[in-house]
Design a protein around this ligand. Structure first.
Ligand SMILES: Nc1nc2c(c(=O)[nH]1)N[C@H]1C(S)=C(S)[C@@H](COP(=O)(O)O)O[C@H]1N2
Ligand SMILES: [Mo]
Length: 204
């Protein structure tokens, strides 16, 4: 039993490889949505996301909302890691952001909480028709709690020392870094691509 506990602890603590500034990819391409065309997103962009809020709700004891300025004031983590896309390309980027675990701890998960789901601003399939299901085409993803509380799981607002560009997910991007897993985003019905035939966690 002790051994089993030890094993679980080590698995949780395993870190994805981190690189140095010299390893940064000179170009890191923008994939999927590079400029969300919705009016709502465009007006947020115009005011540099001043009225944008990250909303934490669901199975939490203390629902919360954070402005970008508030997130920047919280303890941050910077990491240079490699993004491996299931489609066969990689790029190394530097990311700075708020550890997701901090926000979840502050929110206080209820006993029945098991996954964290992220709803994004962009619609890959184009803007849904007026009167249509507005949420239908929205990008979303989900992770389990082990990954949610992993020390390298951050909500990044900066890339390579600069505010996160739109094509890379401004104002906020989830970076989940887990060893032995290839692509956490393009990776069964637990997210946008999963709905389109890819497996959750890319099947790993
Ligand atoms: N909101 C949102 N997140 C997304 C995507 C997207 O289109 N929209 N594409 C995913 C895929 S398949 C990859 S490979 C990476 C690409 O990130 P990049 O555009 O910054 O290179 O973002 C992932 N997360
Ligand atoms: Mo991808």
């Amino acid at each position: 039993m002790l051994i089993l506990n030890g094993f679980v602890y080590l698995a949780f603590k395993a870190l994805a490889r981190e690189y140095t500034a010299a390893d940064l990819s000179p170009t890191f391409k923008g994939i999927g949505t590079v400029m969300p065309p919705d009016e709502e997103y465009q007006s947020l962009l115009d005011e540099q996301f001043a009225s944008w809020r990250l909303i934490v709700d669901g199975l939490v004891e203390r629902p919360a909302s954070y402005s970008l300025a508030q997130l920047r004031q919280l303890p941050a983590r910077t990491q240079i890691t490699r993004h491996d896309c299931v489609e066969g390309w990689s790029a190394i980027g530097g990311w700075t952001g708020t550890p997701l675990g901090l926000l979840l701890q502050a929110a206080g998960l209820t006993a029945d909480a098991r996954y964290v789901v992220f709803h994004c601003a962009d619609t890959y399939d184009g803007i849904p028709k007026k009167g249509g299901d507005e949420r239908a085409g929205r990008y979303y993803e989900s992770i389990d709690l082990v990954d949610a509380f992993h020390p390298q799981t951050i909500l990044a607002y900066a890339m390579n020392g600069e505010p996160l560009p739109v094509q890379h997910g401004a104002p906020l991007r989830l970076r989940v870094e887990v060893t032995a897993r290839l692509d956490l985003i393009g990776g069964g019905k637990e997210g946008f691509w999963e709905d389109r035939g890819y497996e959750w966690y890319a099947g790993v």
